[in-house]
Design a protein around this ligand. Structure first.
Ligand SMILES: Nc1ncnc2c1ncn2[C@@H]1O[C@H](COP(=O)(O)OP(=O)(O)OP(=O)(O)O)[C@@H](O)[C@H]1O
Ligand SMILES: [Mg+2]
Length: 157
């Protein structure tokens, strides 16, 4: 299927932002598109704004304020309990940048996280085949000159 047809079906969404605050706002808007269960790859070079985007998603789910959302660089996994349209949502924010092998990844128990009420967002998840295989979509952030970023959300269905 061409990208245009996929976009017409509402599976591809594009945003351009000019600041971190803008990207947080896009994160807030994204929440309505993300129906659990969902495992999304957060793609983009170091420092493009993956964690910044998660701040908005977490805030829109009433799970925490943006400044309480930090990078799970060393802890690997942060869990938030939120709500959307009265339905509880569990948000898992992972960063697997520092993991080197599928074996290390197994300790995270990814399959156990993906419950029917779960949104799982994985920074650097595209490093691992097992995560790519489970992904229901991706959010890609690309530099677009200065502080600008292009954010492309692709959902498989
Ligand atoms: N348009 C923008 N969108 C997002 N962040 C921006 C933007 N412009 C500037 N920034 C700044 O860029 C930085 C992005 O950092 P962030 O931790 O979100 O990146 P990351 O992609 O998660 O990096 P890493 O791969 O190291 O985890 C923040 O300091 C943010 O304020
Ligand atoms: Mg990050």
């Amino acid at each position: 299927m061409t990208e245009t047809a996929a976009a017409a079906e509402g599976r591809i969404h594009e945003f351009t932002t000019q600041s971190g605050a803008d990207t947080i706002e896009v994160g807030r808007q994204l929440v309505r598109l993300l129906n659990p269960p969902q495992l999304l790859l957060l793609r983009g070079e170091l420092g493009t704004g993956k964690t910044t985007l998660v701040k908005g998603i977490v805030q829109a789910l009433d799970a925490a304020e943006p400044d309480e959302v930090t990078s799970p660089t060393f802890t690997l996994l942060h869990e938030y309990e939120g709500v959307r349209d009265g339905q509880p949502i569990r948000l898992y924010h992972l960063d697997v940048y520092r993991l080197d092998s599928e074996r290390q990844l197994e300790t995270l128990g990814l399959d156990d996280l993906l419950t029917p009420d779960a949104l799982v967002l994985v920074e650097w998840g595209d490093k691992f085949k097992s995560i790519r295989k489970r992904a229901t979509g991706e959010i890609a952030i690309a530099l677009a000159g200065g502080d600008a970023r292009k954010i492309t959300v692709t959902l498989k269905e």
